[in-house]
Design a protein around this ligand. Structure first.
Ligand code: FES
Length: 287
């Protein structure tokens, strides 16, 4: 948390440097009716974290938003999640698209970040831009926390602050905790292998989990549970997920594909042929 707060302070300098200046691009009409049109550059920042489930991390994200909102040149801040959590990054961007921003900066707050993070986020942004053809503001992705020269100072602050924290007392014995055996009959495995992650599997996982919560899929119909998996096999069809008990493979999965798989397959029992790939004994490519 402290690291993220300090990182936002670090980005203050970069924002001062890169923000379009107010008044730039002004058009002055030399006419009997002189009109001056000032194109206002308006910048929004989206803080990005992986997941949030409880109220406390949402409060932390809001606290970070408030800090970022105080930075010079920032007109609006919001947050979004790349995995489970509401709003998803895509939903956060969609909300910003309803407003008149000239540029949007995506500020990742995660540590560590997979090398493929920027690649799949860039690919996903391009897909979203293609799917929503109305003009987009400029979108940039800020560099990650690990690249900040302030990282050592942040760690020193955390280490010093830890001295005041009481140590964790050992327990004499651990009480056994029981578990419910799941009654759900359906399973969705979302591949998290390298090629699938590079193709945006995190976003697909997050979207599925958000839909699972919103539509109460665990207790609806046959009941659905979902899990991340290692490589499911057909990597060139990334991102891949598999639905059981049928074992149906879905490839090239998008958020819209997840919505259809939820409605038609998980709740309706019908395989979604547009995204399904069945074993043929021959190599298959994305359609
Ligand atoms: S990495 Fe996803 S199918 Fe292999």
């Amino acid at each position: 948390m402290q690291a993220a707060l300090s990182a936002i302070a670090f980005h203050q300098h970069a924002l001062r440097q890169s923000r379009p200046q107010s008044g730039q691009g002004s058009i002055v009409l030399h006419n009997t009716e002189v009109e001056t049109a000032q194109s206002q550059a308006r910048r929004a920042i989206v803080l990005v974290a992986k997941s949030a489930f409880a109220a406390a991390p949402y409060r932390q994200m809001q606290q970070l938003c408030d800090l970022a909102a105080a930075l010079p040149g920032v007109d609006h801040t919001s947050f979004g999640f790349t995995e489970q959590g509401t709003p998803s990054l895509r939903e956060a961007l969609a909300a910003l698209r309803q407003q008149d921003f000239s540029d949007i900066l995506i500020l990742p707050l995660m540590l560590p970040i997979e090398p493929s993070f920027n690649a799949w986020l860039t690919k996903s942004l391009r897909r979203w831009q293609t799917e929503d053809a109305a003009p987009w503001p400029t979108v940039r992705i800020a560099r990650g926390l690990a690249e900040s020269p302030l990282l050592a100072a942040m760690m020193a602050d955390l280490v010093t602050g830890a001295d005041a924290t009481p140590p964790i007392p050992p327990l004499d014995r651990l009480a056994p905790e029981g578990s419910l055996v799941p009654a759900q009959k359906r399973r969705v495995l979302v591949c998290q292998g390298g090629p699938c992650n590079a193709a945006g599997a995190d976003l697909i996982w997050g979207h599925l989990r958000n839909q699972q919560d919103r539509q109460k899929l665990r207790v609806t119909g046959d009941g659905t549970m979902s899990a991340k998996s290692t490589c499911l096999g057909p990597c060139n069809l990334a991102p891949v997920l598999q639905v059981f008990p049928e074992g149906t493979y879905y490839g090239g999965v998008t958020e819209a594909a997840v919505d259809r798989i939820v409605t038609e397959h998980l709740l309706g029992g019908a395989v979604v042929d547009d995204f399904a790939y069945h074993p043929t004994g021959r190599k298959q490519v994305l359609r």
